[in-house]
Design a protein around this ligand. Structure first.
Ligand SMILES: Nc1ncnc2c1ncn2[C@@H]1O[C@H](COP(=O)(O)OP(=O)(O)OP(=O)(O)O)[C@@H](O)[C@H]1O
Ligand SMILES: [Mg+2]
Length: 505
């Protein structure tokens, strides 16, 4: 009963039936919820490996480091009995894992360029207020108009300095920028850098095909993002995953409902995505989740309480695994009710009671059937994983990385000419012009003096009035001319990333 090739085996119901997830319904998204220590990570592990076995690549975050064991062979003896009860023979196989790490320590670095991330998500990472976000957007406009490449945080810093220096001109032509806001953004940038965010921005940027590989034996690559350090910067973590989701959304073509997903994306600690997120962002997340389905991407939210996920998103999560919930406080009771009501009831038991009575490694399961309707909820013993339960050692991790298919592709950062270099060169040029203008002015002054003391005809040889006396500084003049040649209408779409993709639709 565990060998249906069209479905992922989740475990066995208390009545003895196989509880499965149909691959062709797996792009209808899902949720794995439950109190701490109830079995969420193990469920994520068996799902990730199940998808991989079916040739579906997976992306998941390893929040506590305990998911890394999926890269190692499992203990077939320890769980033999549990497996046997379900008619399952454990293979003890490891999954084909690629480790990633935004900081480049416990995995291959993942990078994106500043312009790919775009002002909206960047503002979220930097925890900017609306006014500051507006200024950041203006800065992106300026970069776009002037053809300045924004790759890393140095570029952004140089751009902001440039925008600050030319605030008046830019204010007239593009939008208001106050020095206070610029200073606040610069401070936030510094903070992001200190948290290690610097490593994330730059090149070589991640190519999506590198997380969507299948290994030679036809198994999907399991991408494990080490998030143990990243969790200290929850906004960066959430914004990063959102960025990745939006990239997938933008770059992948429509395929409707495929026989199996093209990629499955697990969003662990999902509450971080929604915690005090502005309404506009929530709406976009809701839209991306709804639309990414037809691109063949399944999104699975992992969280302690399904009440952490907004209703509009929760309503789209067709495949549900609910581990035990506690219900002591009124808030917990409310969460429990919400969780219970989201299931199609089983006449054999009361859903809310059952959720509280579940043991570790047990869950209420309901998935979408052939017709796309939710199955009647079933109390289920979740299967043990084939791979190792628990973390991989540092040496094991290093061995996996050394044998990785992307080894060498991302490990070293490259820094090509971009906004920082261009603006520095431009500043040097402006300074040269300024110096030349000053010397012309000095010459003119000397000539004038000479002319005054000479007879009248010599006056006609007076040098022209020096440019230095005009009210514009050379830098301003330069900015103006560049802005003018770029045209006054803003033609390029600036809000890239998750928001941009929707704007363009
Ligand atoms: N399906 C399972 N088969 C065998 N053992 C399991 C299973 N699920 C959970 N366990 C046992 O329960 C322990 C806790 O599970 P897990 O780490 O998945 O909990 P969690 O919900 O992710 O907790 P946290 O919220 O603290 O991250 C595991 O280390 C394992 O010993
Ligand atoms: Mg866990």
């Amino acid at each position: 009963m565990t060998d249906n090739p069209a479905a992922l085996f989740l475990g066995q119901s208390f009545e003895g039936a196989a509880e499965t997830l149909l691959f062709k319904r797996a792009n209808r998204h899902g949720v794995v919820a439950g109190a701490t220590g109830t079995g969420k990570t193990v469920t994520l592990q068996i799902m990730a490996q199940g998808f991989s076995e079916a040739g579906v690549p997976v992306f998941c975050a390893d929040v506590k480091g305990d998911l890394s064991g999926i890269s190692q062979p499992g203990d077939t003896v320890r769980f033999a009995e549990r497996a046997g009860q379900m008619g399952l023979t454990l293979t003890g196989k490891a999954a084909p894992v690629v480790f990633w790490d935004l900081y480049g320590q416990k995995g291959h670095p993942i990078r994106a360029t500043v312009s790919d991330v775009g002002p909206t998500l960047l503002a979220r990472m930097l925890e900017l207020n609306d006014v500051q976000e507006g200024v950041l957007t203006v800065a992106f406009h300026v970069a776009d108009k002037e053809g300045l490449l924004l790759l890393d945080l140095e570029d952004l810093r140089a751009l902001l300095a440039y925008v600050g220096e030319n605030a008046q001109t830019i204010g007239r032509e593009v939008g208001n920028v106050s020095p206070t806001s610029i200073a606040a953004i610069q401070r936030a940038l510094l903070q992001l850098e200190q948290q290690g965010g610097k490593a994330f921005f730059g090149e070589p940027a991640l190519r999506l095909e590198d997380i969507m590989r299948t290994s030679l034996d036809g198994r999907g690559q399991v991408n494990v993002l080490d998030s143990t350090r990243l969790m200290n910067s929850p906004r960066l973590y959430a914004a990063f995953l959102l960025w990745l989701l939006s990239e997938l959304f933008e770059q992948l073509p429509e395929i409707g409902d495929p026989e199996k997903p093209r990629l499955v994306f697990f969003f662990d600690e999902a509450h971080l995505l929604f915690n005090d997120a502005p309404k506009g962002l929530l709406e976009k997340v809701e839209q991306v989740v709804r639309l990414i389905r037809s691109k063949g991407v399944g999104v699975y939210f992992v969280t302690q309480n399904p009440a952490d996920i907004p209703d509009t998103v929760l309503a789209q999560l067709g495949n549900r695994v609910q581990h035990a919930l506690r219900a002591y406080t009124p808030a917990e009771q409310k969460g429990l009710r919400a969780a219970a009501q989201s299931f199609r009831p089983n006449p054999a038991f009361d859903t809310a009671e059952a959720i509280q009575g579940l043991g570790v490694g047990e869950a209420l399961v309901s998935t979408l059937d052939e017709k796309g309707a939710p199955t009647v909820v079933a109390q289920t013993k979740i299967r043990p994983p084939d791979s190792r339960l628990g973390p991989a050692t540092d040496a094991e991790r290093a061995a996996v990385m050394a044998a990785s298919p992307v080894r060498g592709t991302y490990d070293t950062a490259v820094n090509r000419e971009s906004a920082e270099e261009v603006l520095n060169a431009r500043r040097a040029q402006a300074e040269r012009i300024e110096a030349e203008t000053a010397s012309v002015a000095a010459e003119a002054k000397a000539a004038e003096k000479a002319a005054r003391s000479a007879p009248a005809p010599a006056r006609e040889r007076t040098a022209p009035r020096p440019r230095a006396s005009s009210r514009q500084t050379p830098m301003e003049a330069l900015t103006k001319s560049v802005l003018r040649t770029a045209g006054s209408t803003i033609t390029r779409e600036l809000l890239r990333g998750v928001l941009g993709s929707l704007k363009r639709r």
